[in-house]
Write a protein that binds this ligand. Structure first.
Ligand SMILES: [Zn+2]
Length: 131
């Protein structure tokens, strides 16, 4: 019988592992060596995580989520006179930057997991378009 580390996870499980900044294959090894730098290989299962390029996906996802989270607060703050404009602006800037910094590595983990699970990580010159 194989252990859970050897079985291929579902797409959902791989995405959750990526969100937790863990290897999407085994769920044990670290995904990132620094803030956004992926490890070369998983320390547990050897998955070549460093070869998976997320490119502009993580910033796109981060801005999409942060924008939708902050939009209601933007409307409330700037349509009411509860706070001075300078304070509302400063508060929204701090919230936006903080959320982006917190979510960007997790977005990268989700994208790396999705790219790995969907097999979209490699391109080669001999790829052919199926008929
Ligand atoms: Zn692993």
């Amino acid at each position: 019988m194989t252990s859970s580390n050897e079985a291929s996870p579902t797409l959902g499980a791989a995405l959750v592992r990526g969100l937790k900044l863990r290897c999407p294959k085994c769920g044990q090894g670290r995904l990132l060596a620094g803030y956004l730098q992926p490890v070369d290989d998983c320390e547990t299962c050897g998955l070549p995580i460093g070869e998976i390029r997320a490119d502009d996906g993580p910033p796109w996802l981060t801005l999409l989520v942060v924008g939708h989270l902050l939009a209601p607060f933007l409307a409330l703050l700037f349509m009411s006179d509860a706070l001075p404009l300078w304070l509302s602006t400063a508060l929204m800037c701090v919230l936006a930057v903080g959320l982006c910094l917190a979510l960007l590595p997790r977005s990268k983990g989700v994208f790396i997991a999705a790219i790995w699970k969907l097999g979209a990580s490699h391109t080669s010159d001999d790829d052919t378009v199926p008929d």
